[in-house]
Design a protein around this ligand. Structure first.
Ligand code: BES
Ligand code: MN
Ligand code: ZN
Length: 479
């Protein structure tokens, strides 16, 4: 889909459809009153449309408008409009236009909020259809979106949404397409044009770094593991970086501790953490946010095989600690362990890891909140704020030594599982063994990585979360 801007007003532009916001019981305010003539007949009718949040009305041949269709989208009461409502209203309007087979649409800053308008259009219209070859004509597609205006906010929303859509796509791609090699080379392809240096490390590099924990996960796989290191120096030379770490299991069968078959296909999305980190890097670099960021994605397939790790095998991580791999399905923490040790070598001010880490997290919070574990009250506040500002909201979960006890084992320094109770917190405590700094947060996105129902601006499937929150957080670190 082509995205462009125009100096022509939304009323004057010749397209198949335009989207105009309106407030509840205040239709006169629609598009800053510019389409009052077209609206007066509706107002006269009374109850046909009142501009309630999520309400839509399609007008044809509206007076004073050149476009063939006007999609009025309701924002609710003016004093209660926020970014999320704009995102939702615009997405619903764009999708409703698409249903009509419309090819070219135009928008203005709905609710005066250009960034959320951009996010609503691009996130709302996102669809994963690249692997379909049949009935493509039935899948109606909008080819072009024009923004009538010219401001940085629109551009910001576009870049963030494109970043989040990259994350959705990477997570959605099945494992025979999105192999560790593909994810690594694709990261390079989309990030290098924005000046990001992308190093793709191989297994030999990981061996030299003594990443025995990371490597133990790929033992059963034919597909070579990769470890991508993305460096973005948008800030001042010598400034401490923010380091993002994303779990990149391109498929999680569970390994020798194999998972049940039902629903296992969703485990193609077990690199949602890596996908979000890559998408956030795209947003940050394309927006030229003036900070330094390093993104690390350990990438591997977790499958059984003759060479696969057996339960109770003991492996040694790059900080020298020994781990009993009691359950090969608790593999995310194994690849993150070495990545966190490596993360700390960059002298970062903050480290954030993102992972579809535990089923336990999904049970605890569902898809409404993202679990956040951190020792730092300051970092928690920053996350909380970024989450609320972008509607990718976090909920603080406990990191406490009580949970660490559950990982004790006679065989090694720690076990990789601690039983069902408190599973998200034992996993977080496990990770804490591999990073010492206070300003570290572990984000468990298992509950929000994918949805089983179509959302207002989220298709059924991989959500790309929380790219928006990460981009917002990055902004907070501008000096
Ligand atoms: N990738 C899974 C976690 C997961 C499960 C995410 C369901 C989303 C939905 C992870 O690798 C895993 O298998 N975790 C195990 C850990 C257990 C063996 C301690 C889990 O949560 O069951
Ligand atoms: Mn697993
Ligand atoms: Zn996993």
């Amino acid at each position: 889909m082509k995205v462009s801007t125009s100096d022509t007003s939304v009323l004057q532009i010749d397209v198949d459809g335009i989207i105009i916001g309106s407030y509840e019981n205040d239709l006169g305010e629609a598009a800053a009153s510019k389409i009052t003539d077209a609206l007066s007949p509706i107002l006269d009718l009374g109850d046909d449309y009142s501009g309630k949040f999520k309400e839509n009305l399609l007008l044809y041949n509206a007076a004073g408008v050149i476009a063939k269709r006007v999609m009025l989208v309701g924002l609710g009461k003016k004093e209660k409009v926020d970014h999320e409502k704009v995102r939702v209203a615009v997405a619903l309007g764009a999708k409703a236009l698409r249903k009509r087979g419309v090819k070219k649409i135009a928008v203005e800053a709905v609710g005066g909020d250009a960034q959320s308008t951009a996010e609503g259009v691009l996130l709302g219209l996102y669809r994963f259809d690249e692997l379909k070859t049949q009935d493509l004509d039935k899948l109606k597609t909008i080819d072009e979106v024009v923004y009538c205006g010219n401001d940085a906010d629109w551009n910001k929303g576009v870049n963030i949404a494109v970043g989040e859509n990259h994350a959705r796509r990477l997570a959605e791609l099945p494992s025979n397409y999105a192999t560790p090699t593909y994810v690594a080379t694709h990261s390079k392809e989309i990030l290098e044009p924005f000046g990001v240096k992308v190093l793709i490390h191989d297994e030999k590099w990981a061996e030299e770094k003594k990443m025995g924990s990371f490597l133990s996960v790929t033992e059963g796989a034919d597909e070579p593991a990769k470890f991508t290191e993305m460096q973005y120096y948008g800030g001042t030379e010598g400034d401490q970086p923010l380091v993002l770490v994303g779990k990149g299991i391109t498929f999680d069968t569970g390994g020798t501790s194999i998972k049940p078959s039902a629903g296992m296909g969703l485990m193609r999305g077990d690199m949602g953490g890596a996908a979000a980190v890559i998408g956030a890097m795209y947003a940050i670099a394309s927006l030229k946010i003036p900070i330094n960021v390093i993104a690390l994605t350990p990438l591997a397939e977790n499958v059984p095989g003759a060479h696969a790790t057996n339960p109770a095998d003991v492996v040694t991580a790059s900080n020298g600690k020994t781990i009993q791999v009691e359950n090969t399905d608790a593999e995310g923490r194994l690849i993150l362990a070495d990545a966190l040790v490596y993360a700390e070598t960059f002298n970062p001010h903050t480290v954030i890891d993102l992972a579809t880490l535990t089923g336990s997290m999904m049970i605890a919070l569902g898809d409404a909140f993202i679990g956040a574990f951190t020792r730092s009250d300051d970092l928690w506040k920053e996350l909380d704020e970024a989450g609320n500002q972008t509607y990718e909201r976090f909920w603080r979960m406990p990191l406490d030594k009580k949970y660490r006890k559950l990982l004790d084992t006679p065989l090694a320094d720690m076990n990789n599982v601690g039983g069902r109770a408190g599973g998200a917190s034992t996993a977080a405590m496990f990770l804490g063994e591999f990073i010492e700094m206070e300003r570290w947060a572990h984000i468990d996105i298992a509950g929000v990585g994918w949805t089983t129902a179509v959302g207002d601006y989220t298709p059924k499937g991989m959500t790309g979360m929380p790219v928006r929150a990460l981009a917002k957080l990055a902004e907070k670190y501008i000096k």
